[in-house]
Design a protein around this ligand. Structure first.
Ligand SMILES: [Zn+2]
Length: 77
């Protein structure tokens, strides 16, 4: 789905979803190509496999955040 604009100027990726502190999902504003950050910190196409990995990462990340909040509450009491 590469548009003429993208093949001339390159993709214009914006963050579409934050997964963890290090991993984001990106979407091109022109052709909607989707990318994600892989374990090497590089951009890679967002394949169904990576989507699956990211959803697992997201779940773990949210749980960790919640635990930290819980710990803080206990600490404050
Ligand atoms: Zn594009």
């Amino acid at each position: 789905m590469k548009t003429v604009y993208c093949s001339v100027f390159g993709h214009n990726y914006v963050v579409s979803k934050k997964i963890t502190f290090h991993v984001n999902e990106y979407k091109c504003t022109h052709c909607r190509a989707q990318m994600t950050t892989n374990s090497n910190g590089k951009l890679t196409p967002l394949t169904p496999k990576f989507k699956e990995i990211n959803s697992v990462l997201e779940r773990i990340h949210k749980r960790r955040k919640f635990k930290r909040l819980e710990g803080l509450l206990i600490f404050e009491h």
